[in-house]
Design a protein around this ligand. Structure first.
Ligand code: HPA
Length: 277
């Protein structure tokens, strides 16, 4: 049975450890780096590394292509706290564990979350390698990290999700992409648990209900971030066309290969965006 008081105590211990490691630094922006996109953290300067394994009560990331640590440092002129590797529901963690880092971010004073992921393109006009600004999401799992006793110190039991992905940040991302001459798709991200990629029938269903991209992350973190008032900006890297849309079969290798190919553009864009958040 979920114990709110034990969970609160755990996140406070975790936050206090991370705060100690951060010393004088006070990042206001956190960036969650998705599958194959973790290299962005290597372009920070004055970096401090905090492996998840050293943080009390933190789970460990088990996915190939995910490193499993916080990297705090400067991206351009901005102090940021990056998650190089995140936790997924399909790894066997419950959603309270998956989203623990977001609560820790809140306790550390993070005000803005830039969340990224690798995703399958459901919108047939997309191409592998496209970046997509997340405008909204579909939670198709029937799961929610906020089920159970509400943690009043973080937010309301019933909270608004009308503009979960901050409108001002969306406008900003579009403007920055336009100035950079970077094509930026915008659309709806659908969350399914994985770990399997979807069936073609599931993808046809997603198309009819208005999804543009599909993935196995992000939504739980965004729910917890919005619950506690952290502003959210979301970017998907379309690493492959979803099942049945493109030719051939899907693989984690393809996801990582495309993410690799997009790396420079992705880092450039996220750096420019972060400078304006
Ligand atoms: N489906 C689900 N998750 C994904 C995909 C996909 O096609 N590509 C990258 N993450």
């Amino acid at each position: 049975m979920f114990s709110a008081s034990a969970y609160s105590a755990q996140m406070k211990e975790a936050a206090s450890y991370v705060r100690q490691q951060l010393g004088e630094r006070q990042p206001r922006i956190a960036i969650i780096l998705g599958s194959g996109l973790g290299d962005l953290a290597d372009s920070l300067t004055e970096s401090i590394y905090i492996p998840y394994g050293e943080i009390p009560h933190f789970p460990l990331s088990t996915v190939a292509g995910h490193k499993g640590r916080f990297v705090a440092g400067k991206l351009g002129q901005q102090e940021v706290l990056c998650m190089q590797g995140r936790f997924h529901y399909y790894e066997g963690y419950d959603l309270k564990q998956v989203t623990l880092p977001v609560r820790v971010m809140k306790l550390l004073g993070i005000e803005t979350l830039l969340v990224t992921n690798a995703a399958g393109g459901v919108n047939a006009s997309y191409h592998p390698g496209d970046l997509m600004l997340i405008e909204d999401h579909l939670n198709l799992t029937g799961e929610n990290p906020l089920i159970g006793e509400n943690l009043e110190e973080f937010g309301l039991r019933f909270f608004d999700m009308t503009v979960a992905y901050d409108r001002q940040y969306r406008d900003l991302a579009q403007q920055i992409a336009a100035v950079m001459g970077l094509p930026l798709q915008h659309g709806v991200y659908a969350w399914l648990t994985g770990p399997n990629f979807e069936t073609p029938a599931e993808i046809r269903y997603l198309q009819t209900i208005g999804a543009d991209a599909v993935g196995m992350s992000t939504v739980p973190e965004v729910l917890v971030a919005r619950h506690c008032g952290i502003r959210v900006c979301g970017i998907s890297c379309i690493t492959n066309m979803a099942a049945g849309i493109g030719e051939g079969l899907l693989s984690h290798e393809e996801v990582n290969e495309t993410a690799d190919r997009v790396r420079e553009r992705f880092i450039h864009f996220i750096t420019a965006l972060t400078a304006e958040l």
